[in-house]
Design a protein around this ligand. Sequence first.
Ligand code: TYD
Length: 138
Amino acid sequence: MRTKIEDVSVIEIPRVHDERGLLAVIEGDIIPFEIKRVYYLYDVPSDAFRGGHAHKKLHQLIIPLSGSFDVHIKDGENKKTINSNKPHKGLLIVPGIWREIDNFSSGCVCLVLASSEYDESDYIRDYDDFLVFKKHQV
Ligand code: TYD
């Protein structure tokens, strides 16, 4: 399937709320993939630019555990910017989507849940290569 920016969705993470605060839980079929890797970005300078690539097969859920950032997504035809700023809302990025992340707030922590272990060969780091990939994406 040739993925489009409309395939990128926001997943609401269920929360338990009482006077002691909020507890957000990721379990069961909240996420449509098996989590094989968890990583997080922190101490990110506000002028940093992250991402700048797409993945061939990897699915990711990106959660602003603390603070906020902008995620710019492209599918080769259309583009969109999502401001991620709620720790109970994750951005589900499917394969074949170019993403750039910037405008990190001070003290921001960005959690990423991923569907496979780190594999550099799954990355497309050149935008022209990405456009070629999109032409043939099945
Ligand atoms: P990269 O995915 O390009 O970061 P971002 O998309 O946040 O800008 O990864 C940056 C570096 O970290 C790159 O050299 C690969 C390495 N890396 C790992 O070793 N393991 C991982 O799980 C990830 C995500 C990156």
